[in-house]
Design a protein around this ligand. Structure first.
Ligand code: SAM
Length: 224
């Protein structure tokens, strides 16, 4: 079941503006192969956030084949990006795409489990040889969002942003009636717990948006 009115969606998508032809071609290729990349409306929302914020350092959890990574690099012309992908095939494909866009020097693509890599990054930050990230994008295993969010919060500064994608799980976070097959009960339960959790966290001000497949935007607070 599609919870988004398809007529409205089609109308909005008509006004979607790709960054450039090459990125649009990569989107079409990914969509053709059913690789789950950010939706057009999510990309539009992120464009507004990124253009007004101009982050210098970005961390992404869930690279897939690098579509969103390349989009970030394009829209924030000076930024450096660290992106994490655990699937080796996707990682190799991402390296190829990043290189085809000439972005090897600005993108550090890491292959491995995000929680393990985040733990290493937190350690490096404690040892003070890693600068904090200005913008963190979480778009990986939905059942791990709480752990990703809690730990990447340590990797940003006051005022830094953490955006999580797909938090509405095609509407089923709001109502289980949208989980027609009943196969996503665990993910739904975990996502609801995650949203309840971040809404009560003092360390950030969090907004829940229905754009795309649902996004949370958390702004880290100064607690001192
Ligand atoms: N951000 C990408 C884009 O829009 O182009 C799409 C990412 S896709 C939705 C999610 C990716 O996260 C998958 O390729 C999956 O292999 C990866 N992933 C899931 N859990 C992960 C984990 N714990 N550590 C690293 N990567 C993970």
């Amino acid at each position: 079941m599609n919870i988004i009115n398809p007529v409205v969606q089609e109308y909005v998508n008509k006004y979607y503006r790709p960054q450039n032809d090459a990125l649009n071609a990569l989107r079409e290729e990914c969509e053709g192969k059913r690789i789950p990349i950010i939706l057009k409306s999510t990309e539009t929302m992120l464009s507004v956030i990124l253009k007004t914020r101009s982050p210098k350092r970005i961390l992404e959890i869930g690279t897939a084949v690098g579509y969103s990574t390349i989009f970030f690099a394009n829209i924030c012309g000076q930024c450096k990006i660290t992106t994490i992908e655990r699937n080796e095939e996707s990682y190799e494909e991402a390296l190829k795409n990043i290189s085809a866009f000439g972005l090897e020097k600005r993108v550090n693509c890491l292959c491995g489990d995000a929680m393990e890599i985040i733990t290493t990054l937190v350690q490096r930050m404690k040892e003070q040889n890693l600068e904090p990230f200005d913008f963190i994008f979480i778009d990986a295993s939905k059942s791990q969002y709480k752990d990703f969010w809690e730990n990447t919060m340590k990797l940003t500064h006051d005022g830094g942003l953490i955006v999580c994608d797909n938090v509405l799980l095609k509407g089923s976070t709001a109502s289980s009636q949208y989980d027609v097959t009943g196969r996503h009960k665990t993910n739904i339960k975990r996502m609801r717990e995650f949203i309840e959790y971040i809404k009560t966290q003092e360390c950030a001000e969090t907004y829940l948006l229905s754009e795309g497949d649902g996004l949370t935007v958390s702004i880290k607070r100064n607690l001192t």
